[in-house]
Design a protein around this ligand. Sequence first.
Ligand code: MLT
Ligand code: ZN
Length: 476
Amino acid sequence: MPDRQPFPPDFLDSVRAIVGERGLLTDPSSVAPYLEDWRRLYKGSSQAVIRPANTAELAAVVRLCAQSRTPIVPQGGNTSMVGGAVPNEDSSEVVISTSRLLRIRDLDEVDMTLTIEAGVTLKAAQMAAAERGCLLPLSISSEGSAQIGGVLAVNAGGNNTVRYGNARDLVLGLEVVLPDGSIWNGLRRLRKDNTGYCLRQLFVGAEGTLGIITAAVLKLVPQPKEVAVALCAVGSPEAAIGLFKRFQMSDASSLNAFELMTGLGIRFVLKHIPDTLMPVETQTPYYVLVEMTTTRPEAGLRLLLEKTLEQAMEDGIVADAVIAESDAQRAAIWKLREEHSEAQKREGASIKNDVSVPISKIPAFIQEAAQACEALMPGIRAVPFGHIGDGNIHFNLEQPVDCDGAWFLAQGEAVMDTVNEVVRRFDGSFSAEHGIGRLKPHMLEEWRGGAELALMKQIKAAIDPAGIMNPGKVLP
Ligand code: MLT
Ligand code: ZN
């Protein structure tokens, strides 16, 4: 049993006085779901999960923590891939959950902005926008659980980065509770606001180490009038990138998603996820999901998609392709992609490498990383997939068949080092969209050391001098 470091006397009573019975969980069975991450890499311990009902309550709780120097772990939907939202093992930290901050404060169809609280799931935020004819152009596999606050805290990327950028590109304003419990209200909805340091961008991607995001103003775009989705069988990552280039040339402004999958990754999905179906008959080692959307009425997107694919087939870039003919078919194709992580989890132990390289280097990177991993561990199964339209590959590795899962996971550092060594050769990044969390702070030292890391540490010391915000995450 780890040492238990009890909170100061009366701490929980004072918290209860602020948030009431409903806002404080101390019963071990209620607290348990907040202590383990989605990947089950970390199992922390905490005596309390605090669930404030609004920003004022949350700020009062943080003030209390600041006074008693009680470390805080902010948590949204707890979908972090890098253990960024779970407490450590010694029971010294308190979890503050944003899940009761659920108000949609405003949606303005002229400003095209959504002002929304941190606990709303990304899916619910998308639906709120859709109800008013707008689109929140951010989509990730975990959007049903991931909450806006967490999505912004980790600067999530996802499927539409190729067109709309990452979460940080959609943020116009933020409301943040700072480590001393004060509230910064920066909920401006201005497209131009050139007034000194851009503070909101400090908190986006800081993974809760500088403060807790409680609300945000997000940019919306009009809802598309036409959506076209195809699944294409290709022989290699080179062919996939060749196809990407063609779509860019034919109508880059309509390209909404360009996702790579392997035959193996799809087979895992078909094996482990109910109600999945492979619509393309031709078997190839790789597949590409293309999505195009437009707000222009009668733009003839489907025809464009068909023509581009026909030409690519004639030129030997694409072996076979299916274009979705209905919403249901579109959803079925997307399901093959969205369920990749879940299927890999069910297949056995897997090690994730969320990396990016310049788009032009993707084929060479995949080939060299696969070779390096096979040399390290014969039989290891590489399942590269993801957002190749923006250079982000999830170079995930599944345990060799019949090997012990726990042993495989224990090789995680060596496997990640092997992949990262190749990433470095291609001038890439060791974390493209999942962040640093608890898994990768030591890598930050290695990759961003020197002036860059020194500056990050100075920023942390200036905003959170007592170091109570999400300790042990991001910074080494
Ligand atoms: C996804 O895009 O599905 C996730 O970010 C990838 C992962 O689970 O590695
Ligand atoms: Zn992803």
